[in-house]
Write a protein of this length. Structure first.
Length: 563
């Protein structure tokens, strides 16, 4: 019992003795001792363990209290026959004697503590000095650190893998020198088929000034060069990985990849503003729970025309309905991104097209993206509807070779893009996987910058679609491990315009399929290893030819470190 527990016993003692004072005012401790001594000497024996009482069971309601009095303070005795007789009535005189015995033991304990403190006085003084010194050093560190509210988070990805093309298509392929052979797959393998080992690293600085806001700064670097389609010139952009940076200004270059500020307004609204932010990172809800992080196509939820990862000068607002935990809720988000919002030149002299040196915010060549998303989210499922308006020179992110090259005929045209997404996930990990699906449709029309004065001679894409479905299992074979697979079609042309060629065929043949399979081992809380394979059945789309084949197979091992 600690010394302050004496104070807890004081009210008990007062309550016990106050009636006695009325009838026996001359009672004192000596009298109590004289009263208690004969009884204890004749009929009771001191015990050191509660187990010595044969009639006391652990199920008794006061078992723990009696155990403490016997084993810690030694102020309770039993009868010679080894019983306690807990149900026997206790007179007030006996209660007073028991209380006095316990108080005597507390006094002995207190005296022992004083003796120990005196004996180790020098050691205690040294410890106090060390604690004071540590407090002073902590104060210096807090005063000199970069920010009391900034946290550093990092992620590094190592990727070892290769691509291999196959098929009987002959002839040239865009971006590949013609001297590498006649067969298209041979040419592609010569240009892109080497086994590579690359990295992508991201350092996140998370700063808060109020505890509810966020200033987000991300540094990024990598050395993927042209591995997995990371560089320019690869006609198969569906091989691009989700995490495959090539650095800033070349391999291993480090630069600011994100910079924005997010703050709440009330309980349901938040806003994001930044000179370098991304529309898909400013959504009210992520419309998918499929998170393989392998192929980039599956990270845009089957609708790359809407979720095109446009990055630039951004302003966004988010509303989330405030409901009780466990209830479904609506949410809505809208964002505007000017991909060339940092460029001050409005017009460089070309009356027919935007140049790379033109930009600004809200201008003809801002490469603006307006994205709006409406969601309803329940504890296990979600449905999302989204729309993106794309200004001149914005893209559909991932598509067939035909859709990508043919859309350049309308580089100055605007686009209207729609997406529907849904997901469902089980309450507990197990045999049943989560399911995520998405579908998108895109239309190209008009010319929202400058009139060319002429129609295109050959057919061009005016409508395209895309979709995906992904399955993911959690805690596969071991807790923390995961496995998944996904299938879909990258953006493919579904409608063409004749242009000025009245005899042109406007029925596209741009079908393709994308597959991926993966398994993620969790080595520790901070390290995971993910082997994966993927297959592109017809990544060139209509450019493959009606009677020819061209496909790409890829395999990799991705190791992720989080710190």
């Amino acid at each position: 019992m600690k010394p302050f527990q004496q104070l807890l016993l004081a009210p008990v003692a007062l309550g016990m003795f106050s009636p006695l004072a009325a009838s026996a005012a001359d009672l004192n401790l000596d009298g109590i001792n004289k009263y208690a001594r004969p009884a204890s000497a004749k009929s009771q024996n001191q015990v050191t363990s509660i187990s010595q009482f044969s009639d006391v069971q652990p199920t008794e309601w006061a078992y723990q209290a009696l155990s403490n009095l016997v084993e810690q303070y030694g102020c309770v005795a039993g009868y010679p026959d080894g019983t306690f007789r807990g149900k026997q009535p206790l007179s007030r005189w006996e209660a007073a004697a028991l209380l006095n015995a316990c108080l005597d033991r507390i006094t002995e304990v207190t005296d022992e503590l004083r003796r120990l403190m005196k004996e180790f006085e020098a050691e205690l003084a040294v410890l106090k000095g060390r604690v004071d010194g540590l407090e002073a050093k902590v104060g210096e560190l807090e005063a000199s650190q970069f920010s009391t509210t900034t946290k550093l988070q990092g992620e590094a990805n190592f990727v070892l893998g290769a691509l291999s093309a196959g098929g009987d298509r002959n002839g040239p392929i865009a971006g590949v020198p013609t001297g590498l052979g006649r067969n298209t797959s041979d040419r592609y393998n010569q240009a892109n088929g080497a086994t590579t080992f690359s990295y992508d690293v991201r350092l996140n600085l998370l700063t808060s000034f109020t505890g509810k806001d966020l200033l987000y700064t991300r540094l990024r670097s990598g050395n993927f060069a042209n591995a997995f389609g990371a560089g320019s010139g690869d006609p198969v952009n569906l091989t691009n990985l989700d995490k495959s940076s090539n650095g800033f200004g070349g391999s291993d270059g480090v630069g600011i990849d994100r910079l924005y500020y997010r703050f709440p307004v009330g309980k349901e609204f938040s806003f994001i503003v930044g000179p370098k932010a991304r529309n898909t990172e400013s959504l009210a809800v992520n419309p998918s729970v499929y998170n393989a992080n392998i192929l980039d196509y599956f990270s845009v939820h089957g609708a790359p025309g809407v979720y095109n990862k446009a990055t630039g000068s951004l302003l966004a607002g988010i509303w989330k309905q405030n409901v009780k935990k466990g209830q479904g809720a609506f949410s809505f988000g809208a964002s505007y991104v000017a991909q060339t919002g940092n460029v001050g030149t409005v017009y460089e002299g070309n009356p027919f097209a935007c140049s790379g040196g033109e930009g600004g915010i809200g201008a003809d060549c801002s490469r603006g993206n307006f994205l709006a998303q409406l969601n309803y989210t329940a504890p296990q499922w979600n449905i999302s509807l989204a729309y993106r308006y794309g200004q001149a020179a914005t893209n559909f992110r991932r598509s067939t070779g035909f859709a990508a090259s043919n859309s350049s005929f309308l580089a100055n045209g605007d686009s209207n893009n729609f997406a529907v997404n849904a997901y469902w996930q089980p309450k507990k990990p197990g045999f049943v996987p989560s399911l995520s699906v998405g579908w998108g449709i895109n239309t190209l029309s008009g010319n929202d910058t400058r009139t060319t004065g002429a129609e295109f001679v050959q057919p061009y894409v005016t409508q395209s679609q895309s979709w995906f479905a992904g399955l993911q299992w959690s805690d596969v074979f071991a807790k923390g491990n995961a496995a998944g697979m996904a299938v879909g079609q990258g953006t493919f042309a579904t409608q063409l315009s004749r242009g000025t060629n009245d005899n042109a065929n406007t029925t596209p043949d741009d079908g393709n399929y994308v597959w991926e399979w993966w398994y993620r081992f969790r080595v520790s809380d901070n390290i995971s290893v993910t082997p994966a394979i993927f297959y592109l059945s017809r990544p060139l789309g209509q450019n493959t030819g009606s009677d020819d084949t061209f496909n790409v197979f890829g395999g990799l091992v991705q190791t992720t470190f989080r710190f």
